[in-house]
Design a protein around this ligand. Structure first.
Ligand SMILES: *[C@@H]1O[C@H](CO)[C@@H](O)[C@H](O)[C@H]1NC(C)=O
Ligand SMILES: *[C@@H]1O[C@H](CO)[C@@H](O)[C@H](O)[C@H]1NC(C)=O
Ligand SMILES: *[C@@H]1O[C@H](CO)[C@@H](O)[C@H](O)[C@H]1NC(C)=O
Ligand SMILES: *[C@@H]1O[C@H](CO)[C@@H](O)[C@H](O)[C@H]1NC(C)=O
Ligand SMILES: *[C@@H]1O[C@H](CO)[C@@H](O)[C@H](O)[C@H]1NC(C)=O
Length: 423
């Protein structure tokens, strides 16, 4: 009974935090062959995930001829920037277009959220012109309203609206931005972003070369910042074998271009560069509002900032070192059992490592107690589960597991009580 209630509680709390996709732009546009090119580029650039993860949005579509001539002249990164300017973070249908107060307004676009849009570059000017025409153009002053509204394509009020315009909206400088990924200096960017320790590790181990090779086709890096490596509970990396260290570092990257919008719509566990078999070294993604958290099954980390989002390369910083279960623990069960002895590996460390977004599983994650409550101040408790590493010390391992188990049992009890109160 109790266990069932806990499972129910955990499942309902977790699902409350995930994104409810109310619409699927790919499916909507697939009904209109004249926008198949636009649709295809939305998928290639993963802008479709961004659109699906947002609730109030307007997509200004262009027909195949217009998209083809744009894409023929520019790299994918530029096409993505241009298309981002066609995704308005507001809801406009035919009626609203013709009821703009004072006849003109500026709308924020998805391009504005990429962080590389100075001034008004990320805004679009919508102006209700004489004779029922509606003009669109860049909001940068001096820009012309070169695009006109032609027709309404599809509406799901007030979640998503698809409108057709006859020409692309181009902001000054957007077409001439250099195609980045080809010769992005990954280490330079990471150092600037405060990830010097990570840079040193990937350079020393040669993992950087793996990243650079992968970056040509698709790469997403989750780089822990320098503080993350100093945090309490991070295992002593010098105790890892070289192969383990390489696996740990490769665990911080995906062999696909996965920007934040795509992370938000990810439901299944994702493979990392360290994955060496089904279900091994994978990560699950939890989303709460705009906050994305990665869960290794052993520890969690918030995705802190986007250093670079440029198809096909994406670089994020994360708050914590991601500790794969394969190296640091035996798969902890999400629902804590009442007999702690049977699950000694159930996460002593993640507690200290996870500033979870307020929402759900905080009861499990809040005890940063283990290190202090353990009188044998010796190795961090997270060293315990690496029992198969030749360095580990049987007696220490037992000590370091015991204390967290007590705390663990206490919290299990607390959660039990909470769930009875709540249900
Ligand atoms: C609009 O989105 C909300 C929230 O995702 C959803 O509950 C609602 O059903 C959607 N409306 C329609 C008409 O699909
Ligand atoms: C959206 O629709 C496309 C095409 O119908 C489908 O392949 C895709 O799986 C859908 N995505 C989601 C998140 O449901
Ligand atoms: C939009 O552009 C037109 C034409 O350049 C300009 O007159 C108008 O002031 C602009 N609207 C806003 C809100 O800036
Ligand atoms: C990358 O940036 C780092 C630090 O800014 C610099 O030391 C290094 O020479 C750069 N590498 C290349 C290939 O430009
Ligand atoms: C194992 O324990 C012994 C005795 O307590 C100690 O001398 C040794 O350094 C420990 N080894 C490791 C790897 O912790």
């Amino acid at each position: 009974m109790g266990a069932l209630r806990i499972i129910f509680l955990v499942v309902s709390l977790l699902s409350a935090g995930s994104v409810v996709s109310a619409h699927n732009i790919t499916a909507i546009l697939s009904q209109f062959p004249e926008y198949s090119e636009f649709n295809s580029y939305l998928s290639q650039t993963k802008l479709s995930d961004e659109i699906n993860s947002r609730e109030t949005i307007t997509v200004l579509v262009l027909n195949n001829g217009v998209v083809s001539s744009l894409a023929a002249k520019h790299p994918l990164s530029v096409v993505k920037s241009v298309l981002s300017l066609h995704i308005l973070l507001d809801y406009y249908d035919n009626k609203k277009l013709h009821a703009i107060s004072d006849g003109t307004t500026l709308s924020t676009t998805l391009y504005q959220t990429t962080g590389n849009s100075p001034g008004n570059v990320g805004f679009v000017n919508i102006t209700d012109l004489k004779g029922g025409k509606v003009g669109f153009g860049s909001a940068v002053s001096g820009s012309k309203l070169d695009s006109s509204y032609t027709k309404s394509v599809k509406q799901i009020p007030y979640n998503i609206s698809v409108l057709e315009i006859n020409a692309p909206i181009i902001a000054p400088g957007i077409l001439t931005a250099p195609a980045p990924s080809a010769d992005v200096n990954i280490t330079g960017l990471l150092e600037k972003a405060g990830c010097k320790t990570f840079v040193k590790l990937i350079t020393d181990t040669g993992v950087l070369k793996v990243f650079q090779t992968a970056a040509e086709k698709g790469l997403t890096v989750f780089a822990p910042n320098d503080e993350a490596f100093k945090a309490a509970g991070v295992p002593d990396l010098s105790k890892l074998s070289n192969a383990e260290l390489v696996a740990l570092l490769q665990y911080h990257a995906l062999a696909t271009y996965t920007p934040k919008g795509s992370l938000k719509t990810t439901k299944d566990p994702i493979s990392t560069l360290a994955t060496n078999g089904a279900g091994k070294y994978d990560l699950t993604v939890e989303t709460a509002g705009d906050s994305v958290t990665l869960d290794s099954g052993f520890s969690t980390s918030r995705v802190a900032s986007t250093v670079l989002d440029s198809t096909p390369l994406c670089i994020f910083t994360v708050d914590n070192v991601l500790l794969p279960t394969e190296l640091f623990g035996k798969s902890p069960s999400p629902a804590p059992s009442l007999s702690p002895e049977t699950s000694p590996a159930s996460s002593p460390a993640p507690a200290a490592l996870s500033p979870e977004p307020a929402a759900a599983p905080s009861p499990f994650l809040s005890p940063p107690a283990p290190p202090t409550s353990s009188p044998t101040a010796g190795p961090a408790p997270s060293d315990g589960p690496t029992a198969d590493s030749q360095n580990s010390n049987a007696s220490n391992a037992v000590d370091s597991v015991k204390a967290p188990s007590v705390v663990h049992a206490t919290f299990t009890l607390l959660v039990l009580i909470m769930s009875y109160v709540m249900l």
